[in-house]
Ligand binder design. Structure first.
Ligand code: SF4
Length: 265
């Protein structure tokens, strides 16, 4: 939809504004780098969507091993577009990078300390990847799931992250994306959302994020900047070391633009 900004583009902008520019230029032909690291991310994300089954079972680790076997087989069917033409032999290697025993024992610990019923209300999805659109906000997106924790009875956004976790709280891009999803939930269901959840799946660490006015304002500012980029304004290249250039599919394009710019200035 023209003018609509995706919540995932807010995350991309915060990693590097030029990623938004190149992705909008190469929407149909950009080829993501598919390696063991990326596959491991996809597998862990799928696995995290089954953690409530593990928490509900008597043996969380055994349940996770069974889910991982299923996901390893199902992955090419679930991510048919993303993985088309790729060599599936890397999938078992990617699955073996995930420390199932550590995650299973963490789920068992949290189930015991939090109480099974309470934990299940926090992590059991009421819907998965429900896409929401708001013409009023000019934002759209689908959080990994919506949950209805405790006795609140209200849908709250929940996102799953497969990378490292900060010592406290959540990373800034995660905080702003959960805020954007909270705003979409409010528009969709006519509610007021005062918090959302970020789960760091590798550690089964669930962190609650309070939705603040300052972050809502920042989401709208980022939306405006992203719109300008998608309208064709290429942002400056971030300083060396400030962007994830090592794993970027656009590094050749980006270097070309840098050389052109340096010829003129
Ligand atoms: S190569 Fe680096 S600066 Fe260029 S788009 Fe990729 S991440 Fe951004």
């Amino acid at each position: 939809m023209k003018g609509m900004v995706l919540v995932s583009e807010i995350g991309a902008y915060l990693r590097c504004p030029r990623l938004v520019y190149f992705r909008s230029l190469h929407r149909d032909d950009y080829q993501k780098i598919i390696d063991v690291r990326y596959l491991s991310h996809l597998i862990l994300k799928e696995l995290a969507l089954t953690y409530h089954h593990a928490a509900a079972s008597d043996d969380a680790t055994e349940t996770l091993h069974a889910e991982l076997d299923r996901i390893t087989g199902d992955l090419p069917a679930i991510y048919r577009v993303e993985l088309s033409g790729m060599d599936c032999s890397m999938i078992p290697d990617a699955a073996s990078e995930i420390d199932i025993d550590a995650i299973g024992s963490r789920i068992a610990d949290v189930t015991q300390t939090t109480g099974r019923e309470e934990l299940l209300t926090k992590i059991t999805p009421c819907t998965v990847e429900h896409t929401m659109y708001s013409d009023a906000l000019g934002i759209s997106g689908a959080p990994d799931k919506l949950v209805r924790p405790g006795d609140r009875g209200q849908a709250l956004p929940y996102i799953i992250r497969t990378g490292a976790k900060p010592d406290q709280g959540v990373w800034k891009p995660d905080r702003l994306q959960i805020t954007a999803y909270a705003m979409l939930v409010e528009e969709t269901f006519g509610t007021v959302v005062d918090c959302g959840f970020v789960e760091y799946a590798r550690f089964f660490d669930l962190r609650e994020v309070v939705i603040r006015s300052g972050d809502r304002r920042r989401v709208l500012e980022l939306r405006n900047r992203i719109r300008k980029i998608k309208d064709g304004r290429m942002p400056d290249r971030p300083r060396e070391g400030d962007a994830p250039c090592e794993f970027c599919a656009f590094s050749d394009d980006c270097d070309t633009h840098r050389s052109l710019a340096s010829k003129f200035f």
